[in-house]
Write a protein that binds this ligand. Structure first.
Ligand code: SF4
Length: 338
């Protein structure tokens, strides 16, 4: 027997996982811990909370989240014990995974098992707090979650989360520093654009000045900052101001990462309706390159610019699927690679 008889107990070994995480967290096989459910804003006109099926936002209690962390720990302990029984000295590798799945084929469809196994296999170093804006939790609750997570998994070196700039800007400097000390290391923030007119049109609910204030506060607290930008979000009417405003906000904020996610109109969102009615004109791939050139020329920062998403579909050679920009998570180092 590789596992104890109670491995079927859902309450002990299963935990809740939200629908999305940044690609870079997928790349490092981060442990996903669902701190809240869905998006508290749900109003950005290009998104409308579609990754979360527009479900209502919910805070989770600290006890609920701790129960999930306990379930991940119980599962990790079982997997490591199975590795010892298999003669792999606690190492979690593909041989161990193969043997476990041979004995318990039903685990191949179990999201908790897959997540914890892959996380252990990758070294158990990173975790991501879901869903769209964990910072909206009362700071005391979030601190308890972070401390419990670090105590339970001492191998963790990086804990990250999505955060809305509006919420981030409202946290005090002391609160952010306390969160950093408790183990939070990086925030992923959706800037999308640094132009106030475009921000208003897409109903981001935050101004360029608030974005800068939020980002600087995060940096001041010692948090790494990853800002997401949407080429094409200004359409044909506002492409240039979108590029220049975005470069200005990024230059004044100084994030560690800029990650590009070109805009695509998604069915079910207000911007898709605008596009269908002809009220919003998409820029062509070449026009987006022109926009990108302005953004890069105006960008004055030290950090990394990354095209780490399949939506960055500019090709050097389309037939061979050779991309114009490298798509890894570390991207280009600025200013050297500018
Ligand atoms: S805050 Fe994020 S998840 Fe929420 S609606 Fe805006 S883009 Fe979507």
């Amino acid at each position: 027997m590789l596992f104890g008889n109670d491995i079927h107990k859902v309450d002990t070994y299963s935990f809740e996982v939200g629908p999305i995480r940044p690609p870079s967290e997928g790349g490092s096989y981060s442990l996903l811990i669902r701190a809240t459910r869905n998006c508290p804003w749900n109003r950005c006109r290009f998104c409308y909370g579609t990754p979360y099926n527009r479900q209502k936002f919910q805070l989770r209690t600290v006890d609920e989240i701790k129960r999930d962390i306990d379930a991940a720990k119980a599962l990790a302990d079982q997997i490591r014990a199975a590795s010892w029984r298999l003669g792999s000295a606690g190492n979690v590798n593909s041989l161990v995974g193969g043997a476990i799945l041979q004995s318990y084929p039903w685990l191949s469809g179990d999201h908790s098992f897959s997540l914890v196994f892959n996380w252990l296999h990758a070294g158990a170093k990173t975790a991501f707090l879901q869903d769209a804006n964990s910072l909206i939790m009362p700071t005391g609750d979030l601190l308890q979650v972070l401390r419990y997570l670090k105590e339970t998994f001492p191998t963790l070196e990086r804990i990250t989360s999505y955060a809305r700039a509006k919420t981030l800007a409202k946290k005090t400097q002391d609160e952010l520093s306390e969160l950093r000390r408790a183990g939070l290391t990086r925030l992923h923030v959706g800037l999308e654009t640094g132009d106030d007119e475009v921000l208003k049109y897409v109903e981001k609910g935050v101004t360029a000045a608030e974005h800068i204030q939020a980002g600087r506060k995060a940096k001041e607290a010692g948090l790494e900052l990853s800002e997401y930008v949407m080429p094409g979000l200004g359409g044909k009417a506002m492409w240039e101001q979108h590029a220049r405003g975005t470069a200005r906000v990024l230059s004044e904020t100084g994030p560690d990462f800029v990650r590009l996610r070109p805009f695509i109109p998604r069915p079910g969102t207000p911007m898709y309706d605008d596009y269908k009615k002809g009220d919003f004109e998409l820029t062509s791939p070449h026009e987006r390159l022109r926009e990108l050139r302005i953004l890069i020329q105006d960008l004055n920062m030290t950090g990394r610019v990354c095209f780490d998403h399949m939506m960055n579909s500019w090709y050097r050679d389309r037939a061979r699927r050779e991309h114009l920009f490298k798509q890894d998570y570390e991207g280009y180092s600025f200013p050297e690679d500018k």
